[in-house]
Design a protein around this ligand. Structure first.
Ligand code: PRX
Length: 632
């Protein structure tokens, strides 16, 4: 097992060791995993290219380390608990032995369908056990999984399938979320009609059994393919640097990019961070409420916990169904010890009132976590009081799809927890603040741009099919540093508080949405001449989406256009990217070189009218007053 940080002195010593001798520090973290062949070197790196390799020439397989290594002594321990959307339905439990068998069957079925090492398999599924089983099966045979969040539209799914050149899509018939039943297979059908030419089969898991369209050539039932498959399947021996998965995430420009993670480094770091941040002890019941469609679900529902022989809960539903006490019912039902959720869920539940938490026995909780966006002070205190009962420390964990694992977080019992501060980097993470010129800011009590100046094992290796983009986005802003895209500040003792994105990415309910993507979708409406999208503070979602539109034609049709624009965004990206506010404007504020002044639009959207600054140098300064006057 990776090193367990015991106390503050130990933490400080490990931080020092990781800087002075990173090779031996990470060797220490990696050696307890199963390597079919040992690595010959710990790290080779070069940020400019970027070219980063960890555990060089080591041969391993993350699925083997998640399952097989536990079987001999702990095969009967519970690996996965699945809680269905409908609380009156039976939950499911998988021991490590059962999960291993299910994964092997699935791996054999995939092989029988001609999926092999290096092939890409896209998952478009609800939170059912088959999703976790499916991605582990891919890892087992060396296929590269790419999970697409099942809230994305057919177009967004098709874009990702095409970019990954996936050979197979695995989906369910329907997705049960709260009172909704979402026709997942029908959305896949639509994506297949749009493009997805690389896909030879769609493997369909029967979740509800409700009617779906079927094409005999392409569609195959999951249960039929699993029938009679052997429950043993040899693992593919993977090089440390072989890709494990691609996960698409939004940036400030262009289409979402496929972040690539690897078997070796990702394995070491997710286990190391999981065990330390959550202080997981054998026998604990751990629950992360994220969806496996996002990185949090990959790293901290599936891989980190299973590598650590934990019991991990997977929840199909939503926090508000059948009512706002659902989370706390589940905590009570399974006696959850570590609970990990997002500020948007905390704020939404807080807004429902305290009566939903009252009367629930939450005393099993030892650590409660937050991820995905800054947690505001009010939500932090509510979480601390009502859920943590002033006893379970809050870990505010900062990280990204690209970092693969938690980078900055308090460590319970080791470092303190301060409201709204993610606090300190984990040992081995060299986080620095820089000013816009790239100069490091060493003084505390400062504000700057958050960078990481040394590699860590689970860092992004490339953006799938476009290495240059990886270099441009992350490694070109500041020489010799990985740039996170976030702004941060430090307090007088060096704790870090991540403020939010400094690029054109909006964080809506903890989901990253690129303004360019939303604008492209909006511009597809025939009456839209130009649009500009910015984020604005939103009480529940953290940030909401504010769209400024220049439209042609009659303003009496504005309401129709508004609804149609929302529909276009839903169709092109998905409901998560729908604008919350749409303002029609006669023009957008522009610089003399024709660039939209988003800073001004952001201030107007936030109603910070006194902070517009000097607008006189704009090409069209008079427009600012007009937009301001009609702000929503
Ligand atoms: O802006 C930061 C914010 O979420 C971004 C990463 O989004 P994504 O790749 O979707 O991964 C989310 C889950 C790891 C970051 O660039 N973010 C994430 N965690 C925090 C945060 N902002 C403030 N505090 C956090 N704890």
């Amino acid at each position: 097992m990776p090193t367990r940080i015991k106390n503050l002195e130990h933490y400080q010593a490990l931080c020092k060791k990781a800087i002075d001798d990173p090779t031996s520090f990470w060797d220490e973290q990696a050696k307890s995993f199963h390597w079919f062949e040992p690595y010959t070197e710990v790290l080779q790196w070069e940020f400019d290219t970027p070219d980063v390799k960890w555990f060089i020439e080591g041969k391993t397989n993350i699925c083997y380390n998640c399952l097989d290594v536990h079987l001999e002594d702990h095969g009967d321990d519970t690996a996965l608990i699945w809680e269905p959307n409908d609380p009156t339905e039976a939950f499911k439990k998988f021991s490590y032995d059962e999960l291993h068998k299910a994964v092997c069957k699935t791996a054999n079925a995939l092989k029988a369908m001609d999926i092999s090492k290096g092939d890409r398999v896209v998952f478009y599924m609800p939170m059912v056990p088959e999703l976790a089983i499916g991605i582990l099966a891919c890892a087992r045979i060396g296929a590269i999984h790419s999970v697409v969040f099942a809230g994305f539209s057919a177009q967004a799914l098709a874009d990702r399938v095409d970019d990954a050149q996936a050979k197979m899509i695995i989906c369910s018939d329907y997705n049960e979320r709260g009172e909704k039943s979402i026709p997942v297979k029908a959305i896949v059908d639509e994506a297949m009609d749009i493009s997805c030419n690389s896909v030879s089969h769609v493997l369909v898991h029967k979740n509800t059994g409700n009617p779906i369209n079927w094409s005999d050539d392409v569609d195959k039932w999951w249960h039929e393919k699993m029938d009679n498959m052997p429950t043993e399947c040899p693992v593919e021996i993977m090089d440390s640097e072989d890709p494990l998965f691609i996960l698409y995430t939004s940036g400030s420009t262009g289409k979402p990019k496929g972040v690539v993670h690897t078997h070796g480094g990702y394995m070491v770091y997710t286990a190391y961070s999981f065990q330390n941040v959550f202080q997981y002890e054998p026998g604990d019941i751990y629950w992360c409420t994220a969806d496996i469609g996002w990185i949090t679900g990959h790293s901290y529902i599936v891989y980190g916990p299973l590598l650590s022989r934990a019991t991990t809960i997977m929840f199909e539903g939503v926090p508000s169904y059948p009512d706002a006490s659902r989370f706390w019912n589940i905590v009570e039902k399974y006696k959850v010890n570590q609970f990990y959720t997002a500020p948007t869920a905390i704020r939404a539940l807080m807004a429902c009132g305290d009566e939903w938490t009252e009367g629930h026995d939450l005393t099993s909780l030892k650590v409660i976590g937050s991820v995905g966006e800054p947690i505001n002070e009010e939500a932090w205190h509510w979480y601390n009081e009502k859920i943590g009962c002033f006893k379970a420390p809050i870990v505010d964990t900062w990280w990204q799809t690209e970092t693969g694992g938690i980078m900055i977080s308090s460590i319970p019992g080791v470092t303190d927890c301060k409201p709204t501060y993610a606090a300190y980097p984990l040992p081995g993470v060299q986080a620095v603040l820089v000013d816009p010129s790239g100069e490091e800011i060493r003084e505390y009590n400062s504000e700057g741009l958050l960078c990481i100046s040394f590699p860590w094992p689970s860092m992004i290796r490339t953006t799938y099919g476009d290495h240059e983009r990886c270099k441009q986005v992350y490694f070109s802003a500041f020489e010799g540093k990985y740039f996170t895209g976030d702004g941060a500040r430090t307090d007088s003792e060096g704790r870090i508080r991540v403020i939010g994105r400094v690029d054109d990415v909006i964080n809506v309910s903890g989901h990253r949405i690129g303004t360019a993507e939303v604008e492209n979708a909006i511009n597809a409406h025939p009456r839209v001449i130009e649009s500009a999208v910015v984020g604005y503070p939103h009480e529940i979602k953290g940030q909401g989406i504010y769209a400024y539109l220049i439209c042609s034609g009659d303003s009496e049709l504005d309401d129709t256009v508004r609804n149609e624009v929302i529909e276009v965004v839903r169709r092109e990206i998905g409901p998560i990217a729908k604008p919350d506010k749409i303002q029609f404007v006669p023009a957008l504020p522009k610089t003399r070189s024709g660039k939209i002044m988003r800073r001004i639009l952001r201030k107007i959207a936030a109603k910070e009218f006194d902070q517009l600054g000097d607008v006189s140098t704009l090409l069209n300064p008079q427009i600012v007053a007009v937009i301001k006057e009609n702000a929503l």
